[in-house]
Design a protein around this ligand. Structure first.
Ligand SMILES: N[C@@H](CCC(=O)N[C@@H](CS)C(=O)NCC(=O)O)C(=O)O
Length: 206
């Protein structure tokens, strides 16, 4: 039943992306909820990052490789469209989300709240403030991107969901999301999908 294992902590946006992809595809999987740099992860990812995947003796790291494998190795609807331009747009947004948008929204901004690294555990105000302009730009770019967003809930949506979901919950990014009505409407609709409902991670303290 659980031949496929997704290894990584469920709060990680990239772990969440791969789980949404598996659910969208209808592929059963077991979640092995371990953090970065744990032995299971270090055995597969050279830099100990999550997620990693195990499937019948096949090991894989990097979320984009994992989502591609889930999409291609199993039957079910395609998570990347056939049409060349639509497929390219999906890859464009996936790439932007994986690189710059993840960096400025998740690593630089959100993690300044979640893992502040301050002696008292309070958010590092200077770090947050420094990250806000680039975060706001990213939300604005996504809002504009909604005008030509490829429908059908593709891999790009799997990457966008966790980032938009977490962005909504923090003060400055929550404000930016309020000023992004198309992106907010996309998020509201996406949150109704069974694949998302089935994978929403337990929030700390819950
Ligand atoms: N390019 C990687 C990024 C994965 C990544 O950065 N995962 C984070 C958790 S969301 C992580 O493992 N961080 C620990 C670290 O970078 O040492 C992917 O797409 O899978």
């Amino acid at each position: 039943m659980y031949d496929l294992e997704i290894v990584g902590a469920p709060l990680s946006n990239f772990v969440w992306t791969t789980r949404i992809a598996a659910e969208e595809k209808g592929v059963p999987y077991k979640l092995v909820p371990v953090g970065p740099h744990s032995p299971d992860v270090d055995a597969i990812h050279p830099w100990g990052k999550i997620p990693v995947l195990r499937h019948e003796g096949f090991n894989l790291c990097e979320s984009r490789a994992i989502t591609t494998y889930i999409d291609r190795a199993f039957p079910g609807r395609a998570l990347v469209p056939d049409n060349a331009r639509d497929a390219a747009m999906v890859e464009q947004w996936t790439s932007l989300l994986l690189t710059t948008i993840d960096k400025v929204v998740v690593r630089d901004y959100l993690l300044a709240y979640v893992f502040p690294g301050t002696p008292d555990g309070k958010p590092d105000r200077a770090r947050v403030d420094a990250a806000v302009p680039a975060m706001q730009k990213a939300i604005g770019v996504l809002e504009a991107g909604m005008d030509n967003w490829v429908g059908g809930f593709t891999i790009a949506d799997c990457y966008l969901l966790p980032i938009a979901f977490y962005a909504r919950s923090m003060p400055e990014s929550g404000e930016a999301m309020k000023n992004a009505p198309k992106l907010s409407a996309w998020l509201a609709a996406a949150l109704e999908r069974p694949s998302v409902k089935a994978t929403i991670p337990p929030m700390p303290g819950q």
